[in-house]
Design a protein around this ligand. Structure first.
Ligand code: S3P
Length: 168
């Protein structure tokens, strides 16, 4: 099986959907952020604080290279993995790219806890809605590189999985 790579903004459900999709397909599940955290022995927010975003992006890039060399996996990326065009190119070669999208309201509801999303925390400046809107707008074109996009705002994780399976 070719890999199924889930891309999309923070809070669109990449991790929960990826887990269920992998179980349904009988494929391995890999969550990139979790893997980076395990290998570094520190959380993503800690990594941003102690080493900086550029260091995190290097770890992300190195992991994409390894993952694109394998098959039979459902891979949940981080919301910013698509910022590096090489990451998108590598994933395109190794499988199908599915983008999960969601409304600003849904993203806000799912990412309102400070301290878990350093990119949003630093862009926030007291107005989290504005930070989400701006970052989403900046990244909109990047997420369009997917082979298929599904809006998860009003769907349960199971419905999202069913939609993806129908597409594959
Ligand atoms: C990021 C999204 C996060 C994580 C890191 C940076 C981003 O992943 O990779 O905090 O730049 O959008 P999730 O999309 O799983 O929250």
């Amino acid at each position: 099986m070719r890999n199924v790579v889930l891309i999309g903004f923070m809070g669109t459900g990449k991790t929960s959907t990826g887990k269920m999709l992998a179980a349904k397909l009988g494929a391995a599940f890999i969550d990139m952020d979790q893997k980076i955290e395990e290998e570094a022995g520190m959380s993503i927010p800690d990594m941003f604080a102690r080493k900086g975003e550029a260091y995190f992006r290097e770890q992300e890039r190195a992991l994409v290279k390894r993952l694109a060399a394998r098959r039979n996996a459902v891979i949940s990326t981080g919301g910013g993995t698509v910022k590096n065009p090489d990451n998108v190119a590598d994933f395109k070669k190794s499988g199908v790219i599915v983008c999960l999208s969601a409304s600003v309201d849904a993203v806000l509801a799912r990412t309102n806890r400070r301290g878990t999303r350093p990119v949003l925390d630093s862009a926030d400046q007291g107005d989290r809605r504005k930070a989400v809107e701006q970052l989403m707008a900046e990244r909109r074109e990047l997420y369009k590189q997917a082979d298929f996009t599904i809006d998860t705002s009003e769907l349960s994780p199971l419905q999202v999985v069913e939609n993806i399976v129908r597409f594959l």
